[in-house]
Structure formats: C-alpha cells, structure tokens
Ligand binder design. Structure first.
Ligand code: ZN
Length: 157
C-alpha cells in the first residue's frame, strides 16, 4: 500500500481563505494552489490565487486567464525548480454542501491530470467551508491519471 499523501496548509493560507470566504458569503469562490514538494508524498501549499467571480451558490467555474500570471510569477520567484515548486491543484468552497467533490469537480480534475498541456502527473482538489464554530473545514482529494482518486491528509501548520 502506498503512503497517503500529506498536504501542509500554513496558517497564512488558512487566514487568506477564511477572509475570502467571509467576503463571498454563500457564493462559491476558488482558485489554484502552488506549492512545494517537501518529502515523499508530502506537499506544502505556499500560494493560492483567489478568483471571486464565476461562482454561484452551487458551482464554481475556473478562469484560466486569472491564474496564468500568478503561476508565471511563482515559477520566476522559485527559479523554475519545477520538481520542487509547482502547481499543486485547485481549491474552491462548498459553503452550502458537504466537502465531497461533485461529479463535475471530478470531471474537471480528471481533465486537468489527463491534459498533456497541463504537464502534471497529479493534481489535488481542496474543498473548504467555514464551519459553525467559525473554523475552516477542509478536505483534499488526490487525482492521478489512470488511477482512482483518493483522500489526502491535511495538516494545518
Ligand atoms: Zn465543487
């Protein structure tokens, strides 16, 4: 059995997401995640983009033009060390639903990992919402070409 993937989320990112979710009220928002390969099966989310348009109460449509520039800038700052610093995946809120990928979410993620142009061998989907206690609730699902998707473990830093 393979080791489960661990995803580290620094408190800076948690605060960024909570602030954005509070502003968006019940609309879905999201973006892409960029991060660092720390160890075998261990990744840290270092940066996220926050796209506040394109979301409704029950769906979120990612806009490619919204993350092209942040991704380019991330690669420049991390000196194009792609094996260590790279695109990790997508995030969006499910403020009104369980933190389980919808069939459309799964379709989108499978499209990303199967697309030769995206040049990735995996992508993760982070789903978030603010729980009744005011804390961030989240799940991460790992997608890989030709494999069944699996849950990853989240570690708040
Ligand atoms: Zn969704």
């Amino acid at each position: 059995m393979e080791k489960i993937m661990q995803v580290l989320i620094p408190s800076k990112i948690v605060h960024q997401i909570i602030t954005a979710l509070n502003l968006a009220k019940k609309r879905e928002i999201g973006g892409i995640m960029m991060g660092e390969h720390i160890d075998e099966n261990k990744f840290r989310i270092n940066e996220i983009t926050i796209q506040t348009h394109g979301g409704t109460l029950s769906s979120f449509i990612r806009s490619i033009k919204d993350f092209t520039e942040p991704l380019r800038s991330f690669f420049n700052r991390t000196k194009h060390e792609y094996t260590r610093f790279n695109y990790l995946g997508e995030w969006h809120s499910h403020q009104n639903f369980a933190l389980i990928p919808s069939s459309k979410d799964t379709f989108t993620m499978e499209e990303i990992v199967m697309d030769p142009e995206s040049n990735v061998n995996f992508a993760i989907l982070l789903l978030v919402r603010i729980g009744q206690s005011g804390y961030l609730e989240s799940t991460v699902t790992l997608y890989q070409p030709g494999r069944k998707n699996t849950s990853a473990e989240i570690i708040y830093e």
